[in-house]
Design a protein around this ligand. Structure first.
Ligand SMILES: *[C@@H]1O[C@H](CO)[C@@H](O)[C@H](O)[C@H]1NC(C)=O
Ligand SMILES: *[C@@H]1O[C@H](CO)[C@@H](O)[C@H](O)[C@H]1NC(C)=O
Ligand SMILES: *[C@@H]1O[C@H](CO)[C@@H](O)[C@H](O)[C@H]1NC(C)=O
Ligand SMILES: *[C@@H]1O[C@H](CO)[C@@H](O)[C@H](O)[C@H]1NC(C)=O
Ligand SMILES: *[C@@H]1O[C@H](CO)[C@@H](O)[C@H](O)[C@H]1NC(C)=O
Length: 641
């Protein structure tokens, strides 16, 4: 008896020394596999971005991924979220990257990190910070350019020392780190730049970490996207010839593990295009093919989440992405376990042991009902009275020159002749959307993506007003493509019947709309115009001790839709709504953003036309289901590649 105990103790002791001495993650090139702690290892991973859900839900979503049988998660690091102002860093709260990675480790995952510096990911500017666009004269993105690289190098000197202790060999969960992102799809094709990034990563992370690149499954991508000393991986979606695709990887990685870094179980949406879906049958078929030949795979996205606030980007043809990043992913935006999830889990279970923990049930969603709102102040007046910075100049300045990132800038000038009826404003320099007012009266909307809206014929008979006010909205910077110099505001002089308008006053909105606007000037009701950009608020109370998730349906029953704007629950910016265009109609509201057992406040910045009529009162509905698939005119967005 005591002899057996002794043997057990010896065994435990020797296992423990082994774990310590063998905590390692490498590639075995002879056996075409990863090796973790001395044993062959294959990952089945899912993408999830901590920014795209409230921190209160990090554990919930990660546990759902764990229950699916995944053994790894993959995440982007979006630079703009962590360095919102040049040299000012934010790793707190929802940006607590180290906390998120440690949480994933606690649940049992290894972690695949994509730190760019560029990320795409349908995120505003692909994750680049806006302030890189302040001076366009000298910067070139994603290549050997000193302005760009100085900023990148400084950022990496802040970020990478935080990552180093999280590497697998150092006791953390991070098994591999991606260099750049699908660089082969970018025309610059600067091999020196890729080498420069590789060297910085090595300098801060050491020689032992697995670095990798990812590119589309074609030699034209791999030619520019790969770099010596960094492992080559590829990405592709379902209904693709698996063997043929990996033959491309093999041309650049003749031995080592086969890896699909982005396998698409869903797809992104664009405003004005049909909602994207990907069939479960096609996913499980291709997944099974990959797993049967030993492939390492990451689902992009396994949980998509939400582009809260002003964090969504736009595609190269200037189609902005909507607020929901549901992605038709296996776990839906509010965390639901879909049939797709269950089908994928079954396939994974044929290759990897499934965890003993049961698949969690869906979270409760609640219809809190009608919320009545009333007019507070016009947006024009609110910005003019609250702006932290107004300036004048002969020619209009861009957002970035004015120190403005997202939201709005008001551009105002005085016309030297009030005879404007029938004259044509050329607004082709608008980035991205302009709400044009003569005095306080709306005379039209111009939108970068709608060429017929850019020549605006003024219809304002009898209006002798000479103050022209243009509220310009940033709808999200391009996150993909060769032209990344996507600055906002008025980027080309505006003409009226061919005559250039000069002497502009510009008032920035600064951070006024990052959270819900407050402190309204309450004596403006006489000027109320439901067809001008306005701010509305409404309070409602709930009795729940633990509030549930709910969805904002921007509709006033019997009167119709709110058209387009930004909505807030309490202080939280829920993102942009545009239900008359679609496909997204409802906005997701996480339960933790509601005040339990008490008053809550909803704010709508309606930019076009509210359904309030002249009563200054109208409503929205809080419902217990999402609508993300309203039919629209345009087809579903295609794969980028
Ligand atoms: C793919 O290659 C594997 C061997 O590596 C083979 O068994 C399988 O039949 C091939 N699949 C197709 C569709 O060609
Ligand atoms: C969970 O939600 C999904 C998607 O909304 C639905 O298909 C599924 O039936 C729900 N599961 C349960 C157990 O209700
Ligand atoms: C494009 O602009 C024209 C002119 O302003 C407008 O009539 C039309 O509705 C716009 N189209 C879309 C899809 O917004
Ligand atoms: C407006 O025109 C002036 C004079 O030609 C030019 O210097 C300025 O750069 C132009 N501004 C914009 C925003 O195009
Ligand atoms: C613009 O402002 C300058 C300085 O105030 C003034 O001299 C000039 O006449 C103005 N130009 C126009 C077209 O109003």
């Amino acid at each position: 008896m005591y002899h057996r105990l002794f043997v057990i103790l010896i065994t435990i002791a020797s296992i423990c020394t082994q774990c310590q001495s063998q905590r390692s993650f490498t590639i075995d090139f002879d056996r075409d596999t990863f090796v973790k702690d001395g044993k062959p290892f294959r990952y089945v991973s899912g993408s999830i971005h901590m920014y795209r859900m409230p921190r209160e839900y990090w554990t919930d979503r990660l546990e759902r991924m764990w229950a699916a049988g995944l053994n790894a998660i993959q995440t982007y690091v979006f630079w703009d979220q962590h360095e919102p102002i040049e040299g000012v860093y934010n790793f707190e709260d929802n940006n607590d990257l180290v906390g998120f990675i440690q949480l994933a480790q606690k649940i049992g995952f290894v972690v695949i990190l994509r730190i760019g510096p560029y990320g795409c990911g349908e995120h505003e500017f692909g994750g680049f910070p806006w302030w890189l666009l302040r001076n366009l004269d000298n910067i070139q993105f994603r290549q050997m350019n000193s302005v760009y690289l100085n900023a990148v190098t400084r950022w990496m000197s802040v970020l990478l020392p935080k990552i180093r202790p999280l590497l697998y060999n150092n006791g953390g969960p991070v098994i591999s780190v991606q260099v750049e992102n699908e660089y082969g799809s970018y025309s610059a094709c600067d091999h020196n730049y890729m080498g420069y990034l590789r060297d910085i990563f090595r300098q801060y992370l050491g020689e032992n970490v697995v670095l990798f690149t990812v590119d589309g499954n074609g030699l034209n991508y791999l030619r520019c996207g790969t770099v010596r000393g960094v492992y080559t991986t590829i990405d592709f979606g379902p209904d693709t010839n698996v063997n043929e695709s990996f033959n491309y990887q093999r041309q650049y990685a003749p031995c080592g593990p086969l890896i699909n870094t982005e396998f698409y179980p869903g797809w992104l949406d664009l405003w004005g295009h049909q909602h994207s879906t990907v069939s479960t049958d096609s996913i499980v078929k291709t997944l099974d093919q990959m797993l049967s030949i030993g492939v390492n795979v990451n689902f992009y996205m396994f949980y998509g989440g939400t582009n809260f606030g002003f964090t969504s980007g736009a595609d190269p043809d200037y189609n902005p992405q909507p607020t929901s990043y549901d992605y038709d992913a296996p776990i839906s935006e509010p965390g639901d376990i879909t049939l797709k999830y269950m089908a994928i889990r079954t396939i994974i279970g044929n290759y990897l042991p499934l965890p003993s923990t049961p698949v969690p049930g869906n979270n409760t969603k609640k219809a809190y009902g009608t919320v009545r709102l009333s007019f507070k102040q016009s947006l024009l007046s609110y910005i003019k009275t609250h702006s932290s910075y107004c300036t004048t100049s002969m020619y209009p300045k861009r957002f970035e020159e004015l120190g403005q990132n997202q939201a709005f800038v008001v551009y105002s000038t005085i016309l030297n002749n009030p005879e404007v009826q029938g004259k044509v404003l050329d607004l082709s320099g608008i980035r991205d959307r302009a709400y044009v007012l003569l005095g306080e009266k709306s005379i039209g909307i111009a939108y970068r993506a709608n060429s017929s809206s850019l020549k605006l014929t003024i219809q304002a008979p009898g209006n002798r007003e000479t103050h022209l006010n243009i509220i310009v909205e940033n709808m999200g910077r391009l996150n993909y493509g060769d032209n990344l110099l996507d600055t906002k505001g008025i980027v080309k002089n505006i003409t009226l019947n061919g005559q250039m308008l000069v002497n502009w006053t510009m008032c920035i909105s600064g951070s006024l709309f990052d959270q819900a606007p407050t402190d309204f000037i309450m004596n403006e009701f006489e000027n109320f115009d439901p067809n001008a950009p306005n701010i509305y608020t409404g309070d409602f109370s709930i009795t729940d001790k633990i509030p549930s998730d709910t969805f904002l349906l921007p509709i006033t029953v019997s009167k119709g839709y709110w058209e387009k704007g930004v909505a807030y629950m309490n202080k939280y910016n829920l993102g942009r709504y545009w239900p008359i265009l679609g496909p997204q109609v409802t906005l997701y509201i996480p339960g933790p953003w509601l005040n339990p057992s008490g008053m809550n406040s909803l704010t709508m910045i309606e930019l076009q036309s509210s359904p309030c009529g002249n009563e200054q009162m109208c409503s929205i509905e809080l419902v217990d289901y999402p609508i993300l698939d309203k039919p629209t005119l345009l087809p579903a967005p295609l794969l980028y590649k």
